[in-house]
Design a protein around this ligand. Structure first.
Ligand code: NAD
Length: 416
């Protein structure tokens, strides 16, 4: 059967609800996104041709506040993926207890095949197409795979032009000059570093050998901060072109320099460094594996051969449902995406709050507050795992589900 991440979400939801005794009618609504918009996006390519792209915006739930979630530009984007990503945002925001619901958007396009001016046209046309759904009190986009701060600057500008005044609070992950927050670019990777620290503290591990799949915003910054702040060895890192491995740890400052020059890892070389495939990266000899690329990377087959004892999910949905059972059976702890990678949305929330107040914070305050929120969420999820004797993924879902069903009960159903 074709991989359908939204159905996977629904099946984990059922398991979590059963484990903590929440009745089906109390969470049925969470299996149905509130709104799904499909848009056609014509642009004139640089060679004068007209091309029409397909895009989506899904608002999964606004039970706890405005919908919040990134925009993905990738050739494999489809409605089931966007629905799943939107639902995971609802749960992520509930776990870290910030006043947001969940949303997500995407355009089916390979952004690397477009020039900068074509990307700008596509981003602006997409913004215009989803305009009725977005706004600082409605639905607040952010970057995701294939989009970045520049994309959010264009989105914010397009929205502002339609309103006649600057509206920085319509998007987060913007550049600092147009209302971005200090610390936002690093926030998801910083959150992963914080979770890695908390996991190792809880297990009494002073050192760890870490492998990171994906070297984009999240993967590269996670690896850099784990190396710099925790002093751990990064034994492997990969991107779409393949990976690099060194048993006694890569020189992360030199890898970082290579990545910031926008070079692929297949072109990286240094003494003692071996080139490996992405499958080899997932199966390499390490203590902690951090998948930070795309969904469905750790399949049941990979899970049965994994050497890492701990998985910290930086990507959204990197582990299939089957793989999850295999990992649980093998006693491998999986710190789930909706907890581990929440640092990005937490600092997005800080950015939005700063935009609404027109009052900007110092970077050290942003980082301190992020640490506090991640520590609290980690403890809440661990406590649920102990209370219900379930995996950390189910514990994360339970933590969120309790907050969401409580909000639903308090708000009631309109009209009655
Ligand atoms: P990005 O586009 O910056 O980077 C993606 C990276 O993955 C690139 O290095 C790319 O080369 C690599 N990649 C793609 N296909 C691969 C493959 N098959 N094997 C190995 N590497 C591959 O994206 P990002 O913003 O870093 O997002 C990565 C993941 O983290 C996504 O799942 C995203 O939803 C999730 N996430 C991102 C944020 C954020 O703030 N950007 C927040 C939470 C979660």
């Amino acid at each position: 059967m074709k991989y359908n991440p939204f159905l996977n979400f629904c099946s984990v939801l059922d398991k979590a609800a059963a484990a903590c005794g929440i009745a089906p009618e109390d969470y049925e609504v969470l299996k149905h996104p509130e709104r799904e918009l499909k848009v056609a996006l014509p642009i004139i390519r640089d060679d004068g041709r007209l091309e029409v792209f397909e895009g989506y915006r899904v608002q999964h739930s606004s039970l706890r506040g405005p919908c919040k979630g990134g925009i993905r530009f990738h050739q494999d984007v489809n409605i089931d993926e966007v629905k799943a990503l939107a639902a995971w945002m609802t749960f992520k925001c509930a776990i870290v207890n910030i006043p947001y619901g969940g949303g997500k958007g995407g355009v089916q396009v390979d952004p690397h095949a477009l020039s900068a001016s074509e990307l700008e046209k596509l981003t602006r046309r997409y913004t215009a197409a989803i305009l009725p759904l977005i706004g600082p009190q409605q639905d607040i986009p952010a970057p995701d795979v294939g989009t970045n701060a520049q994309s959010m600057d264009w989105l914010m500008d397009t929205y502002s032009m339609m309103h006649g005044y600057a509206v920085p609070g319509v998007a987060t992950g913007k550049d600092i000059e147009v209302g971005g927050s200090l610390g936002r670019t690093e926030a998801t990777g910083r959150g992963i570093m914080i979770i890695t620290r908390l996991v190792c503290e809880a297990k009494g591990m002073k050192k760890a050998r870490v492998a990171v799949q994906g070297a984009g915003n999240v993967g590269s910054i996670s690896a850099k901060l784990i190396y710099e702040r925790l002093g751990f060895d990064i034994v492997a890192i990969s991107d779409v072109s393949g990976g690099v491995y060194k048993a006694d740890g890569l020189d992360m400052s030199s890898v970082w320099e290579h990545l910031t020059a926008k070079k692929l890892l297949k072109d990286y070389s240094a003494p003692g460094v071996r080139h490996i495939s992405n499958k080899e990266l997932l199966l390499c000899d390490c203590d902690i594996l951090i998948p930070a690329a795309l969904e469905n990377q750790i399949t049941a087959e990979i899970a049965s051969e994994l050497k890492a004892g701990i998985v910290i999910e930086a990507a959204n949905g990197p582990t299939s449902v089957d793989a999850d059972s295999v990992l649980a059976g093998r006693g491998i702890d999986v710190y789930p995406d909706i907890l581990a990678n929440a640092g990005g949305v937490v600092v997005s929330y800080f950015e939005w709050a700063q935009n609404l107040q027109s009052l900007y914070w110092e970077e050290e305050d942003v980082n301190r507050m992020l640490d506090k929120v991640m520590v609290r969420a980690f403890r809440d999820v661990k406590a649920a795992a102990d209370e219900y004797r379930v995996t950390l993924r189910l514990a994360a879902y339970i933590t969120a589900l309790k907050r969401l069903t409580r909000a639903a009960k308090l708000r009631g159903i309109f009209p009655r």
